[in-house]
Design a protein around this ligand. Sequence first.
Ligand SMILES: [Zn+2]
Length: 340
Amino acid sequence: MKKFNFSALIAVAILGFSFSTFAQNKEVDVVKYINSITSNELKTHLTIVASDNMEGRETGSEGQKRAGRYLIEQYQKEGIPFPKGATSYYQKVPAEFMNKDSGENLPDSENIWAFIEGSEKPNEIVVVSAHYDHVGVKKGEVYNGADDDGSGTVALLEIAQAFQKAKKEGHGPKRSILILHVTGEEHGLYGSSYYSKNPLFPIANTVADVNIDMVGRRDELHKDSNNYIYLIGSDYLSTDLYKICEDVNSKYVHLNLDYKFNDRKDPNRFYYRSDHYNFAKYGIPVVFLFNGVHEDYHQATDEVSKIEFDALSKRTQLGFSIAWEIANREDRIVVDKDGK
Ligand SMILES: [Zn+2]
């Protein structure tokens, strides 16, 4: 008996040892976290965020604040806190800031933020942004902005959830993730402008911004397939960032990356028209994920029923994969170009 037990113990010890060695050497299964981003969950969130109840999410309106509270509830449910150094999930964007040059009469509004602290380099920040405001109610019609930018808004919820799931399982990001829902975009990128002038974390420690604005539809140029995304800005400041976008896409997501609008001289000027620009201005590498415009752009018909959730899901997965790689790679991505 004794001898038998002894060898059994050794066998158990060897087995245990080889299993733990295997676990340590095994690459973190990022695919599992990518796959936690699903069409169904995106649809559940978007059906609420872009419902009439949110009154088109006009900057500073009660409808926008209601949408904001829904976002915060999701972070609380997931156990995702507001950032270190903040006192709540809100960054107030004062009316004076938004109205000073524009002559508009907007009330105070709020950016909303959530935070997944990095395990190894917590002071290096990867921002993932999307605007949650839209244009409100006009002539009695609610402009639900399901694509613009309800799609990016719910993408952020799913990306945050995927990072948090990884963190709970011991695979949290090495660098910190700042989830940033910005306000006032439709009036002039005010929320991101305010953040970049009043950053919670030093600009010098801000590694990149992955900005997601309109990722649930297709444009005229892609009538035959929604399996694409326009990437804009990824190679303007950092060759590393461009390569990361290409690599994670070919490894995990397999969208057609379209660089048609990756051109500062393009007459549409998309590079200057969403929130990433307020980070790029300060020399922070950015990538903008965008599906292009369509007939419902800034119309009351930008509705949830027209969202293609298979496309929204893959584009959200791409945004997550890019942020994951930036946050987890050994070296911080290098700024090796002047952005011009
Ligand atoms: Zn937008």
